[in-house]
Design a binder for this molecule. Structure first.
Ligand code: PLP
Length: 396
């Protein structure tokens, strides 16, 4: 493919070349097992610990152990594992409680998993959202009670970019003796996270959303929180996650976290500028568009835009002809092209939900790419609307 304009960074990101270089020696040269006694393998353990400290620094986790080890960080295979492990650990830590509270707009890593708990007899309560995707705090106050084992609320939504007040939700959980977990997969590296400043018990992140490799992630488990491992086996990760460490992935994640830490403020400004330019450019040139989400509190990189009366998949395939990659708001994995659970929870009208496109940017995007998209998108929308039986020429 010629030039690709990649606006699908909430799906996955390009591995930063510096991350790739950091990982490279750990495949063919320094391939030892970090748990080995011999120096060839064992020396790698120190580098794994340094990567752990880098992850902790991005998250503002503390170093309280005598050797300055970031013992609150556990390496995982990614966001899905972290979310599953958090639910498993918190229900195990509160064995006499039968309620799990989460939100309607979580990633399937949480939503599908809590359905499994429901089949096992848990009562699952989902906090609803309003038309801008904001969570109903009053509902949440009523939902979290003394029978609640865990409250899990994502830090940032992957589809619409909304940021949620996880510090307030953590306090709410603790007022009832419940544990609090947050899926920070989309937040890490994009907005500041400081775990010293809140009461969050567990948090999960994923490497491939912040320019590290796929198949690596990390969890934060606050010191003192009882943690029963999801994956049992060897003594790796201080007995909290069995399995030989993914050393190249871990080293890469450490490097990506360090880069994210250093670049956070500059990138935040740059991404906000590009995202706002993209939204404004499209809204100016295309009639009947809706900009979804909470514009008072959202990620800097995510734009969810609905184009009335047409199909998102058709827009995507025409954009693809120009090498522009984005994603739609449909659960097309089901084959039904149903609007996504997030848009449905927000009550976005059917006619708009179907034509929803998510543009998610990264530090590698440029003004030229944004301007090119603003140029090619309006005629694509006009062409599709001209063929749409629902389009009446400007009105909704
Ligand atoms: N949580 C959120 C909010 C996500 O966006 C994703 C990935 O799309 C995940 C969890 C799953 O992460 P992973 O792909 O690392 O399993």
């Amino acid at each position: 493919m010629d030039q690709v304009i990649y606006f699908d960074n909430n799906a996955t990101t390009r591995v930063d070349p510096a991350v790739f270089e950091a990982m490279r020696p750990y495949f063919c040269e320094r391939y030892g097992n970090a748990s080995s006694i011999h120096r060839f393998g064992g020396s790698i353990a120190a580098e794994v610990e340094e990567a752990r400290r880098r992850v902790a620094r991005l998250l503002g986790a503390s170093f309280r152990d005598k050797d300055d080890h970031a013992t609150e960080i556990i390496f995982t295979s990614g966001g899905t594992e972290g979310d599953n492990a958090a639910l498993a650990a918190s229900t195990a830590a509160r064995p006499d409680r039968r309620r799990i509270v989460t939100t309607q707009v979580e990633h399937p890593a949480i939503l599908t998993t809590v359905r499994e708990y429901e089949r096992r007899g848990y009562e699952v309560v989902l906090i609803p959202v309003d038309e801008r995707g904001r969570l109903d705090m009053e509902f949440a106050e009523r939902a979290v009670n003394d029978d609640t084992a865990v409250l899990s609320v994502m830090w940032a939504n992957n589809e619409i970019g909304n940021l949620y007040d996880v510090a307030a939700f953590a306090r709410m959980a603790h007022r009832h003796g419940a544990l609090f977990h947050t899926d920070a997969v989309q937040a890490a590296g994009k907005v500041p996270i400081n775990l010293e400043e809140n009461e969050i018990d567990m948090l999960s992140i994923s490497g491939h959303k912040l320019h590290a490799a796929k198949g690596i992630g990390a969890m934060f488990v606050r010191r003192g929180v009882r943690f029963r491992p999801l994956i049992t086996g060897g003594h790796q990760e201080r007995g909290r996650r069995g399995g030989t460490e993914n050393v190249p992935g871990i080293i890469g994640l450490g490097c990506a976290c360090e880069l994210a830490c250093a670049g956070l403020e500059t990138e935040r400004k740059q991404l906000t500028f590009l995202r706002d330019r993209l939204e404004a450019g499209i809204a100016e040139r295309v009639p009947a568009v809706r900009l979804n989400g909470d514009h008072e509190s959202r990620l800097p990189n995510t734009a969810s835009i609905s184009f009335d009366c047409i199909e998102g998949e058709a827009i995507l395939s025409l954009l693809d002809r120009y090498g522009i990659c984005a994603s739609s708001g449909s659960a097309c994995t089901t084959g039904s092209l149903e609007p996504s659970h997030v848009l449905r929870a927000m009550g976005v009208p059917y006619i708009a939900a179907h034509g929803t496109i998510r543009f998610s940017l990264s530090k590698f995007n440029t003004v030229e790419e944004v301007d090119r998209t603003i140029e090619v998108l309006p005629p694509i929308i006009a062409t599709l609307r001209a063929m749409s039986p629902f389009w009446k020429g400007g009105g909704r």
